[in-house]
Design a protein around this ligand. Structure first.
Ligand SMILES: Nc1ncnc2c1ncn2[C@@H]1O[C@H](COP(=O)(O)OP(=O)(O)OP(=O)(O)O)[C@@H](O)[C@H]1O
Length: 367
């Protein structure tokens, strides 16, 4: 566990970058520092590995004041990833990653084997291992940066805006890779970002800082989004806070209707009095084929004769209500079809059901 105990950092020119910061980053969790430019995120992070020492207060690593530990010894247990990956330009990718194990006294073969294993783990094509950093894309370089930080298997990982210089698609895949890795590795991670979406996606806990280095709020993402501590945090979370909150409500929370589906074999004559203006048509295995509008049905025949409109689905056992809402927006009916892992329809989610689920889960979704 990393503990900030009343930490203040005053630079030589008098700037107070961090002001009496007290918080804990629990072992095995991702703690995110988020806030506007200049709020002291980087300064706080660097006080953990002693690139900067506090002016007042203490930073403790598992109860030990880090200023009592020699920086090189301290940093052996702390991986560090920065924005532009910071790779050694004249070393091949594999050697970039093997450097730390090599410094720790591993022989060359063992260090390289470890490097290759890590490169694979972070999802890098191993064909790139013999290249130099400039021959890699920004996203690939970031993967190497993460592999290098993990090389000595440190219990703590500090990440300073590691994904902010890559495009949004690559950033999403790097974030997912990090979450996948963390599920296996359980490192104590402190992650700095100015992107609130990234913060709530990655953080087990999110610390929102305001300029002057004050901690405005520290909470898990769902609580942060539903109960911002003050106007600054509310403003920082942005207008689409409601949409983001949906990501933290499991799909199982939503009520399903089974009276709005019909098999393709159904006779249209029997469907005139359907429960809703639209019906989800299912094949013989129960998989959705699309939507039909009851008012537009022909006079006779079965639903198999009607061309269904495209549909939106979400996997109820796995997805959040955000996916469910997205699916409703993509459906002509304004409803989503909930499916199981095998793609079979479990029922239909209406907008009313979405609202109900939100109200129930968050104690007032429209607050
Ligand atoms: N060496 C320094 N000397 C004086 N002031 C500094 C120094 N380093 C940082 N600062 C100031 O301390 C404050 C906090 O800086 P810091 O880099 O920690 O913020 P940050 O939240 O990481 O910002 P960003 O998101 O822009 O990187 C800023 O006002 C910055 O100008």
């Amino acid at each position: 566990m990393i503990t900030f105990d009343g930490v203040t950092k005053r630079y030589a020119d008098g700037t107070v970058a961090v002001d009496r910061l007290s918080l804990e980053a629990p072992t095995g969790e991702i703690t995110v520092f988020v806030g506007p430019s200049g709020c002291g995120k980087t300064t706080s992070l660097r006080m953990i590995n002693r690139m900067i020492d506090p002016s007042e207060g203490r930073v403790l690593l598992d109860g030990v004041d880090v200023t009592t530990i020699d920086p090189p010894a301290l940093r052996r247990g702390i991986g560090y990833v920065i924005q532009q990956a910071g790779l050694f330009p004249h070393r091949k990718i594999v050697d970039n990653v093997a450097t730390v194990p090599h410094l720790l006294g591993w022989n060359r073969k063992k260090a390289r084997d470890r490097a290759m294993e890590l490169l694979e783990r972070v999802g890098l094509d191993l064909g790139l291992a013999e290249r130099y950093p400039f021959q890699l894309s920004g996203g690939q370089q970031q993967r190497v940066g993460v592999a290098r930080a993990l090389a000595a298997d440190p219990p703590v990982l500090l990440m300073d805006e590691p994904f902010s210089a890559v495009d949004p698609v690559v950033r999403t895949s790097l974030q997912e890779e990090l979450l996948r890795l963390q599920a296996e590795l359980n490192k104590t991670i402190v992650f700095v970002t100015h992107d609130i979406d990234e913060a709530v996606k990655l953080g087990d806990r999110v610390a929102v800082l305001r300029v002057g280095g004050h901690l405005a709020q520290l909470d898990d993402p769902a609580t942060l989004l539903s109960r911002p501590a003050d106007d600054f945090v509310r403003e920082f979370l942005g207008r689409d806070r409601g949409i983001r909150r949906l990501s933290f409500v499991p799909g199982q929370e939503v009520r399903l209707r089974t009276d709005l589906t019909a098999p393709a074999s159904a006779e249209v004559a029997g469907l005139r009095a359907a429960a809703g203006p639209w019906l989800a048509v299912l094949d013989e295995d129960g998989r959705p084929l699309g939507w039909v509008k009851v008012a537009d049905l022909p006079a006779s025949g079965t639903l198999a004769d009607v061309r269904p409109a495209p549909y939106g689905t979400f996997v109820r056992g796995r997805d959040s209500l955000r996916a469910a809402l997205d699916a409703t927006l993509l459906s002509p009916s304004g409803c989503a079809i909930a499916v199981d892992d095998a793609g079979r329809a479990e029922g239909v989610v209406t907008r009313e059901a979405l609202n109900e689920a939100l109200d129930r889960v968050a104690g007032g979704a429209h607050a």
